[in-house]
Design a protein around this ligand. Structure first.
Ligand code: G3H
Length: 478
């Protein structure tokens, strides 16, 4: 059966001894598209053992050789962009062109990571003792960066390939081994990506990909004593993981409620274009999506009209046709989004378009005159519905943005750079974009969330550093 996929362990493709499979439902057809193995805890144990064994010689493999293999994997990944993109279309309803972009971006990320790794891991520090009071120059300290061991990578459904390689590549270049647990929606795209690493010729056991039910292997993986680091991107599960995980480094990117603040002097055409791109790309299913518009009352009508005109031009339909708005990932997600919309309706929000839904497909919707008592003012829809809150001062905008339990990104539209910097400083988010929509990339930029939006910082350089430890050797002179 070509729709059933094996998991990857110790350099081989295997069926689970559980004899059970997990179904992947196509969000567009709402029918089973693929099936993956429901792995057992015993299989997880074997994978982690193999990862521990493979990591030791890998850490001693010359850095340039590790980089060479990563470059090879990146090239193979790009060659395989069409079939991987096809999986993304079928599993997560990503628009066809965006699906290809995700794979190409992933190849570029892997190559950049190899280059950055040889630079930053190729350097250490040399310190002398007599700069600290009371010391003579009798001690020389040499530092280098050493790997952590086994890195557990858990990417989300919205970038099953890109947010997997953004964890895999830094881990590998730094000398770690990798255990990947892909999301169910997107698992086949991730398995295909892993196949590219397999073809590149990485040692057996160094990379594994375990599929299955979170209820069976989720906690077992994240609490496993063989795991030395967890890099997770996703939702609330990350908070639960961080409470249960052992004393190991964690890298977490959770949700966001990114605000788009528009001042009176902002370029409203630029803001409207960025609201469309930021709010509706991949139907709003991005952690960095614009999730609330905070607009000065005096320019609100004009801005809303501009955004409405652009929303009317968005194409709605299947991802195969490369429509702008495609079905959201699951029926429960669509139901959740609908719940937020109905709450806003009941509490008096102005609907700029008619609310329309067919199956998992929700038409783009702008909700004006949203007030803080509405759930959509605070909650993350992860769908193509966008609230507008009218404000009367900069302080009000900052207050609303900072009252969120999230703190991923935010953006400001103004022609006054001084105001922009002051607002950026006041916003409690990991990144603030001036005159553009929030975004993670370019992928070497630091990427981090404050508060419930995450732990640690990502971006290629930060991820490599996070997946290493400093090791010192001190030479004591007689
Ligand atoms: O969904 C979370 C991603 O990190 C967002 O990445 O800004 O490239 O869409 P993006």
């Amino acid at each position: 059966d070509t729709t059933v996929f094996k998991f990857y362990s110790d350099g081989e493709w295997k069926k689970s001894t559980s004899g059970k499979l997990v179904s992947i439902i196509n969000p567009t057809t709402r029918k089973t598209q693929y099936k993956v193995q429901a792995c057992t805890q015993e299989e997880v144990n074997k994978i982690i053992e193999a990862a521990k064994t493979a990591q030791k010689p890998w850490a001693k493999t010359p850095l340039w050789k590790r980089a060479e293999l990563l470059h090879k994997a990146a090239a193979i990944l790009k060659e395989h962009r069409a079939p991987i993109a096809e999986c993304l279309v079928k599993e997560i309803a990503k628009p066809a062109k965006d699906a290809v972009t995700e794979v190409v971006r992933s190849g570029d990320l892997v190559s950049y990571c190899a280059e950055e790794g040889v630079r930053i891991l190729g350097e250490g520090k040399f310190l002398v003792s007599d700069s600290f009071p009371g010391n003579e120059r009798t001690k020389y300290c040499l530092t280098s960066k050493i790997p952590l061991g086994v890195v557990l990578a858990i990417p989300p459904f919205n970038y099953p390939v890109n947010l997997a390689v953004s964890k895999i590549a830094p881990a590998l270049i730094a000398g770690n081994s990798i255990v990947l647990k892909p999301p169910t929606q997107g698992a086949v795209a991730a398995l295909h990506m892993v196949h590219c690493f397999h073809l590149a010729g990485f040692p057996k056991g160094l990379i594994s990909c375990v599929t299955g039910k979170g209820s069976e292997i989720g906690d077992f993986l994240t609490m496993h004593p063989g795991v030395s680091c967890i890099s997770f991107t996703g939702g609330d599960t990350g908070i639960a993981i961080s409470k249960k995980a052992g004393m190991i480094p964690l890298q977490m990117e959770l949700g966001g409620k990114d605000a788009c603040i528009i001042l009176e002097d902002g370029d409203l055409d630029l803001a409207a274009a960025n609201i469309i791109k930021g709010g509706f790309s991949y139907s709003g299913q991005r952690c960095t999506a614009v999730k609330v518009i905070l607009i000065m009352e005096s320019v609100a009508d004009t801005l809303v009209e501009k955004v409405k005109a652009k929303v009317a031009k968005l194409t709605v339909g299947p991802p195969e046709d490369d429509c702008d708005i495609t079905p959201v990932v699951t029926e429960s997600s669509a139901n959740f989004i609908e719940g937020l919309v109905m709450d806003a309706k009941q509490k008096g929000a102005t609907f700029c378009q008619e609310y329309k839904r067919e199956g998992n497909l929700i038409w783009p919707l702008l909700l004006d005159n949203v007030r803080p008592d509405m759930r959509i003012a605070w909650e993350e829809p992860f769908g193509p519905v966008l609230p507008v809150i009218r404000i009367n001062s900069i302080e009000e905008a900052i207050h609303h943005s900072n009252a969120s339990n999230f703190g991923l990104q935010g953006c400001i539209f103004t022609r006054d750079i001084n105001k922009a910097i002051l607002i950026s400083d006041a916003m409690e988010t990991g990144t603030v974009q001036i005159n553009s929509a929030p975004a993670r990339g370019p992928d070497h930029f630091p990427f981090q969330g404050l508060k419930d939006s995450g732990i640690g910082s990502q971006g290629i350089t930060n991820s490599i550093n996070m997946m290493t430890k400093i090791k010192s050797t001190v030479i004591n002179l007689p």
